[in-house]
Write a protein that binds this ligand. Structure first.
Ligand code: 2PG
Ligand code: MG
Length: 404
């Protein structure tokens, strides 16, 4: 059904000023563009991107074969890419090139069927019904997303999550809450430094401090947001010394567990992402065991990879999962991970990466598959805001349809 007539690729800059690729697929006089993000706190089980220059060379290799074929389905196109690559981690063609092609193909195939992208994606996912995700705004950045000279907090992300399922209302709450938070941070002289995802930078060693500050803002603003963290603990884990470590601080797994138990109670946390290292599932289990109401979310742990997810489910390590298309590399495999999460009855949070572009694919994905959350940084940064705005646009278009 879908015939790719030509492809173009170029190198662009992401939100960190690092190089990434943008790809256009051309078909029947129309072009279908996409670009791919990249992560800094990358898990070891992720698919591997290659240098952008090399990825553009791979594009020629792909087109020599793809240009002669017709592809019936997304799965068929993705399988073609996976087979042509031939490696388990997509390091031959490059996971970045493969994902850009896969996303552009989804846009092309949706257009062929005259469907909005989110509806096309919903149909790829067995039994999914579309719904709007909660928005997880990363408002205080820490860990490896902040330059070391700013003495960042140990946990990578301190998030505020508006208590509404309307993206428009959530975005409004997000901006208002940021203003309130500024008022809390200004007397500390910390209202004008930003990390990779557009959140504020707070200096300190106490992992709780980011939550204390968000909570202070919440007391002023009103109880209209939940709080969450991404500890990104694989970045803290020191395998040689068998401890978690951040600058002059160290914690054993048990000590971290105590911190989580305390902050869950103290702040009524909605979710904790990557509380422990990606290899230490026994530690995850100790937290997940007692915490049925809190979303214990795997990111580096699960890497949007069904084999990793099965292991985590067997170990009872988590009850939720981060879905990042570029961790696995194709749209079909991303949706397979979502389907499996649903079978496990896990929460699903679709997520951006710390180095982002203006591509808003993940917003259509999150709505299309009915994700519980979309995590895309602070709305103060343009590359993050486009994702949230795309959801608002979908919401408005659906309302118009009802009013017709
Ligand atoms: C994460 C992500 C995105 P990175 O850990 O969840 O917030 O960070 O893209 O650097 O892996
Ligand atoms: Mg994470």
């Amino acid at each position: 059904m879908a015939k790719i007539e030509a492809a173009r690729g170029r190198i662009i800059e992401d939100s960190r000023g690092e190089k990434t690729i943008e790809i256009d697929l051309l078909s029947r006089g129309r072009e279908f563009k996409s670009s791919v993000p990249s992560g800094k706190s990358r898990g070891k089980f992720e698919a591997k991107p290659i240098a952008p220059e090399k990825a553009l060379e791979s594009l020629e290799r792909v087109m020599r074969v793809a240009g002669k074929k017709n592809f019936e389905t997304q799965r068929e196109f993705d399988d073609f890419l996976i087979n042509l690559d031939g490696t388990p981690d997509k390091s031959s063609l490059g996971a970045n090139l493969i994902l850009a092609l896969s996303i552009s193909f989804a846009r092309l195939a949706a257009a062929e069927e005259n469907l909005p992208l989110y509806e096309f994606l919903r149909r790829q996912s067995a039994g999914a019904s579309s719904s709007f995700p909660r928005l997880l705004f990363n408002l205080i950045n820490g860990g490896v997303h902040v330059s070391a000279s700013d003495s960042p907090l140990p946990f990578q992300e301190y998030l505020a999550v508006p208590k509404t399922s309307s993206p428009e209302a959530a975005l409004k709450t997000g901006f208002e809450f940021i203003e309130t938070l500024k008022g809390v941070l200004a007397p500390r002289g910390e209202a004008d430094r930003f990390g990779d995802e557009g959140g504020f930078v707070v200096s300190g060693l106490d992992p709780e401090l980011g939550l204390e500050l968000l909570d202070e803002a919440r007391r002023v603003y009103g109880d209209r947001v939940d709080l969450s963290i991404d500890a990104a603990a694989s970045s803290l884990w020191d395998a040689r010394e068998s401890v978690y470590k951040w600058r002059s601080q160290t914690w054993t797994g048990e000590e971290l567990l105590k911190i989580y138990e305390w902050i869950i109670k103290r702040y009524g946390l909605l979710s904790i992402e990557d509380p422990f290292d990606e290899e230490r599932m026994e530690e995850w289990e100790t937290l997940s065991r007692e915490r049925r109401g809190v979303w214990i979310i795997g990111d580096d742990l699960t890497a949007t990879n069904v084999e990793r997810m099965k292991k985590a489910a067997q170990a009872r390590a988590a009850n939720g999962v981060i879905i990042k298309p570029n961790q696995i590399g194709t749209v079909s495999e991303t949706i397979a991970a979502v389907n499996l999460a649903r079978q496990f009855d896990w929460k699903v949070v679709v997520s951006h990466r710390s180095g982002e572009t203006d591509d808003d694919f993940i917003a259509d994905l999150a709505y299309g598959i009915g994700a519980d959350g979309l995590k895309s940084g602070s709305p103060l940064q343009g590359e993050r805001l486009v994702k949230y705005k795309r959801l608002v646009q979908i919401e408005k278009s659906l309302k118009q349809e009802v009013n017709k």
